[in-house]
Design a protein around this ligand. Structure first.
Ligand code: XIL
Length: 511
């Protein structure tokens, strides 16, 4: 198998459409859709957006686009505990009511968001110190809210962002965890189910889209809930992407599939794409964002277990991404309400089209030409073979620092013009180290210190092969003088082995 075939994506896509083989020009044959909503409906998927209650009445263009383009809505803030019940037993349903009424008028489905979260809680809840008092407050809050919208809001995010990669036990230390321990998660699902037995109940979190430590922890947590018949029906992967580095489509698809295999509905629940991490012109940033959105949306469309995609808003102007002062251009419409390239990325993704993959840019990535093109950095490279690998393997042994490892130095030509790319490698370490493996492009520009663009970071178990994958975009202000690919990371003394390294350019979907 050539390394590029390992993606399997371009091939899978052709097989999955009824539009003909890759040789046929099907640009005129494809159905075209006037709105995202129509495109999603044709695939049997939902296309949603977060909605701001106040804008519905103050911005008629916002209301028009919302009704035309989307088939599902999630209140961006209006159904959070703080805005909804600012004082104990004193509710303000005004924004939520208008969002619900408008959605029903336009035949849009609704997801409520959210019951337990560490943010936007009312201060009276934050100051509770008795576990039973907190349980009662949560139960009453759910009962009142779910009763009001019963039969209208049919899906609820019950628990949001409960996993913390950096916390010792893996759980985020919010008031629920502090007073009730990790069992608050199942208690919340059980209470929500009692409050509305017909509602679909979701877990929602960020940075669980790519395979890795946080997604693995979340997977085990939900598998355990499902195994014990706790009423949980779905998982939302927020997908607040950075367009300079985001989960690779095949990685996202594998992850969606394993959650779906638990019997859960999977959704991309809060998609947006920061651009501030990418240099270059606004046009280059928009193009990178278009591809990031297309790959993410197509991943959902092509996975039967994925129910749909919700964007976290649609007008750049109102995006929460800009709340901290940067201008992220994170959504689908610019400040003049014009469609951006990202809109067409979502549209192409909804039509099940992938970005086109170029050939791999890495030389001898499968080590069939022994160690040609590879160097050991403060380590000794050896060519080896492993029973569970079809290709030869390169190992860096005798590493003297965490910077030591394997490198390919002459990649300037491949990356000189920038663009969007996707990366994969099989990796393994021998020896234990608290740190994981780091894959990066080291870029030198004349007169400047080298900069490091991290393509991926993964914790490895000793002696176990893992697949590392990621997508990224590059745009240069001044062309670089050298680009090198580097595998490094674990403590000195730990050996690092790699094979099947591939790096392919992603081009906009044809047609
Ligand atoms: C954000 C809203 O968009 C902002 O308006 C608000 O100030 C903070 O919350 N994860 C979530 C969402 O689950 O509820 C967050 O929404 C974004 C991150």
């Amino acid at each position: 198998m050539r390394a590029t075939d390992a993606f399997g994506i371009g091939l899978a896509m052709v097989g999955a459409t009824a539009l003909g083989s890759a040789c046929v020009d099907y640009s005129n044959m494809e159905p075209s859709f006037a709105t995202l909503r129509q495109a999603a409906q044709a695939q049997g998927k939902l296309i949603g957006t977060a909605v701001d209650g106040a804008l519905l009445s103050t911005d008629s263009e916002y209301a028009r686009l919302l009704a035309e383009e989307f088939s599902a809505v999630t209140p961006e803030n209006a159904t959070k505990w703080g805005p909804l019940e600012p004082q104990d037993d004193t509710y303000d349903f005004s924004d939520a009511d208008s969002i619900v009424a408008t959605a029903l008028d336009h035949d849009q489905s609704l997801k409520g968001h959210v019951f337990t979260w560490h943010q936007q809680l009312p201060s009276w809840v934050e100051s509770i110190s008795d576990p039973d008092e907190l349980r009662l407050a949560l139960r009453e809050h759910m009962e009142t809210t779910m009763a009001r919208y019963r039969g209208q809001i049919k899906v609820w995010d019950v628990v949001n962002e409960a996993v913390d990669d950096n916390a010792p036990a893996g759980y985020r230390e919010n008031i629920f965890y502090e007073l009730l321990g990790p069992d608050y998660i199942e208690e919340a699902f059980l209470m929500a189910h009692e409050a509305d037995p017909d509602a679909l109940l979701y877990y929602n979190d960020y940075a669980i889209e790519r395979m890795g430590h946080k997604a693995d922890f979340t997977y085990q947590m939900l598998r355990d809930l499902v195994a014990r018949d706790i009423p949980i029906h779905g998982i939302g992967m927020q997908s607040h992407l950075s367009v300079h580095r985001y989960p690779a489509a095949d990685d996202l698809r594998d992850n969606i599939r394993r959650f779906a295999d638990l019997g859960l509905r999977v959704e991309i629940s809060e998609l947006d794409g920061r651009t501030s991490g990418l240099t270059g012109t606004l046009d280059q940033q928009y193009e990178a964002q278009r591809i990031a959105f297309q790959e993410t949306v197509a991943s959902c469309v092509l996975e039967p277990g994925c129910a749909g995609v919700t964007l976290w808003g649609f007008l750049d102007e109102y995006s929460w991404l800009d709340d901290e002062g940067t201008e992220e251009h994170g959504l689908l419409f610019d400040d003049n309400y014009e469609k951006k390239p990202s809109y067409w990325g979502v549209m192409d993704g909804l039509r099940g089209k992938w970005a086109k993959r170029g050939p791999t840019l890495v030389k001898n990535g499968d080590f069939e030409d022994e160690l040609d093109h590879w160097v050991g950095v403060d380590s000794t490279l050896s060519l080896e073979s492993f029973e569970d690998q079809a290709h030869p393997v390169a190992c860096a042994r005798g590493r003297s620092s965490s910077e030591s490892g394997l490198s390919q130095v002459d990649l300037l030509d491949a990356f000189a013009s920038g663009g969007s790319f996707t990366f994969r490698a099989e990796v393994r370490q021998e020896g234990t180290a608290p740190a994981g493996i780091n894959v990066a492009l080291i870029v030198e520009q004349s007169g400047q210190d080298p900069s490091t663009l991290s393509l991926g970071y993964l914790y490895l178990e000793e002696g176990v092969w893992r697949t590392m994958r990621g997508s990224f975009a590059l745009a240069w202000e001044a062309p670089p003088t050298s680009v090198r690919l580097s595998f490094s990371g674990p403590d000195p003394g730990v050996d690092l082995c790699i094979t099947q390294v591939a790096l392919n350019q992603l081009h906009p979907a044809p047609g």
